[in-house]
Design a protein around this ligand. Structure first.
Ligand SMILES: [Zn+2]
Length: 66
């Protein structure tokens, strides 16, 4: 587990950590709060652009469906 944001490579301080777990927790990605709220990603499901926070909420919903 690294302490660096996987987008901007800034060191993440305690309390500034945002994590996404994938593959049932085998993979985790960490983001600083800045990238978490502002970085835009292309959504594979909609083809639109969403923030990491929104992607995270979506994957949580998907997970709960199963
Ligand atoms: Zn960052």
């Amino acid at each position: 587990m690294s302490d660096y944001c996987c987008i901007c490579n800034t060191r993440i301080s305690e309390g500034d950590r945002n994590q996404i777990f994938m593959n049932g927790g085998y993979l985790s990605f960490e983001f600083c709060s800045n990238c978490w709220k502002s970085e835009k990603l292309h959504s594979p499901s909609t083809g639109g652009v969403i923030t990491i926070a929104e992607l995270f909420e979506q994957s949580n919903k998907d997970h709960n469906k199963q």
